[in-house]
Write a protein that binds this ligand. Structure first.
Ligand code: SAM
Length: 272
């Protein structure tokens, strides 16, 4: 079993609405990039695994016949369903479930995605194998994972703010046993049966009108921060929040761009 605290639904349940509202600016450009790697006919059916509030599902639904979205966080799926209705999209089917055990028949989907979701699975191999299984022969999968924090000034700013409030927090070191390692990423996709795999780096830059906007984005959408808030109780949290805001006010120059980088793994299910 993984000890990653983000491998269970609870922290995601707690941030679902804030994530939908504040993380979109960070996550959506990666979903848009993932969709560029797949040519989708208007008749296509796709699956979005660990869909969250539908960052990719909502973008894709305008171009395909059907999106099956699945996530183990009930509030994330509720948010997705609400936003699909608000956008007038009736071709998204959203359900609660585990990405390591997909409730779909084999050989069905033209494309499958897991954006910043499969990376958290305790059994990543099962996640890749399930994604492979449900694709039709010739179908394409795109999976994304963050590059090491050291490569992402936006992530570093957030971890440095956390460390300013709690010196026991350290900037995560590159983990070569995770999908931060593009060679491992490729070999895990190959192990699941994918062919013609390519691991692409993609960066985006975001800027904020003021440090407070960056703080708001962090505090409303970040599951690790929510875990900290829960574990320390209201008084300690209030002190830490003050320290983090002071840190951001001192370090972040309004409108300056902060980049963040991810790897996108693209693989194809062989034609029989
Ligand atoms: C960082 S969010 C990504 C959401 C969305 N794909 C996006 O790009 O914005 C990670 C999502 O993975 C989901 N997740 C993590 N482990 C999961 C699992 N084993 N099965 C289904 N969903 C999972 C979480 O509930 C959360 O919604």
């Amino acid at each position: 079993m993984s000890r990653n605290p983000l491998a269970v639904a609870e922290p995601w349940d707690l941030v679902a609405d804030g994530y939908a509202e504040f993380a979109a600016a960070i996550m959506q450009p990666f979903a848009a990039r993932a969709l560029e790697f797949v040519s989708l006919a208007p008749t296509a059916q796709i699956v979005d695994v660990a869909a969250g509030p539908g960052t990719l599902s909502l973008l894709a639904a305008e171009h395909v016949a059907l999106v099956e979205a699945i996530d183990f966080s009930e509030p994330m799926i509720a948010r997705l369903a609400k936003d699909a209705v608000a956008a007038g999209l009736s071709n998204i089917r959203a359900q609660v479930g585990d990405g390591q055990n997909l409730p779909f028949e084999s050989d069905r989907f033209d494309a499958g995605f897991s954006m910043f979701g499969l990376m958290f699975f305790p059994e990543r191999a099962k996640g890749f194998a399930e994604l492979f299984r449900v694709l039709r022969p010739g179908g394409t999968a795109v999976v994304s994972s963050w590059a090491p924090v050291a490569d992402s000034p936006l992530m570093r700013m957030m971890f440095d703010a956390l460390a300013a409030a709690d010196p026991s927090v350290q900037e995560p070191q590159a983990n070569f046993l995770s999908l931060e390692n593009p060679e491992l990423f490729e070999s895990e996709m190959r192990g699941a049966g994918f062919e013609a795999i390519s691991i692409q780096r993609h960066s985006i830059a975001l800027s904020f009108a003021e440090p407070e906007e960056l703080w708001e984005t962090m505090v409303r959408s970040s599951a690790p921060l929510e875990l900290m808030r829960q574990s320390v109780g209201p008084e300690v949290w209030a002190e830490r929040a003050t320290l983090m805001r002071e840190f951001l006010t001192e370090r972040y120059r309004p409108h300056s761009p902060l980049s963040t980088t991810a790897y996108l793994g693209i693989g194809h299910k062989p034609l029989r």
